[in-house]
Design a binder for this molecule. Sequence first.
Ligand code: XBP
Ligand code: MG
Length: 262
Amino acid sequence: MSQLQALIFDVDGTLADTERDGHRIAFNRAFREAGLDWEWAVDLYGELLEVAGGKERIQHYLKTHQADFQPTADLNSWVAELHRMKTQHYQQLLQEGIIPLRPGVQRLIQAARAAGIRMAIATTTTPENVTALLETALAPDSPSWFEVIAAGDMVAAKKPAPDVYHYVLQAMDLPPQACLAIEDSYQGLQAALQVGIPTLITLNDYTRHHDFTGAVLVLDHLGEPDQPFQTIAGQSIAASHFDLVLAQSLLEMGAANSQSTP
Ligand code: XBP
Ligand code: MG
């Protein structure tokens, strides 16, 4: 039986709803700062989220929506500069403290700390965005609670590629069966599954329609004693909030599922 040793958290959409009112706004502010009349509306941004990574998302938008656009410099450096501006705007938004953690996130992280369960971050976003979110929404010293923060360009290929999860497992020297990944999107789920990590999904408005086949459990959020989660897919669970006992039982379910797969 696999004993739970680590929780590996995605960031955007999982720890906090950062996309619609955080990253999207920051991209639009960067476009204005660069003198561009581009505007990523809520629905369009939902489509663009198909591509993980801000620089990759801008490149994808150029191909699909601005095919005639001619950058003033080499395309990759131009995108990198625009993205640098976007990161500054995003940092500013986080400093305003407008993006809270999702239900149950703080509770689960504190429980893991108290129980000595190791923690890591596996995300596509830029490293300084992770630190800023943790410091402003969780606790000033909380980045140090995570043994590994794997983010952005630290790996060659972004989610749905498995690179970021390989990186975390290697850095922690843990087998996938001893970990639980917590994700919110199809892309994140694919990344974790390719490495064999049992995955819990907490979906959100942008990922509600995603295919979560292969997840051990899909919830609307982690829940709180007075704000119960709803089970969207997987074994129905008689609990109001997701805790370490449930995390351990998911690992056992994950192991049982992989054994029953031919
Ligand atoms: C997060 C992302 C990121 C953010 C933007 O995906 O796709 O691109 O939207 O961050 P996941 P950057 O939650 O699967 O990690 O602009 O810093 O890349
Ligand atoms: Mg995510």
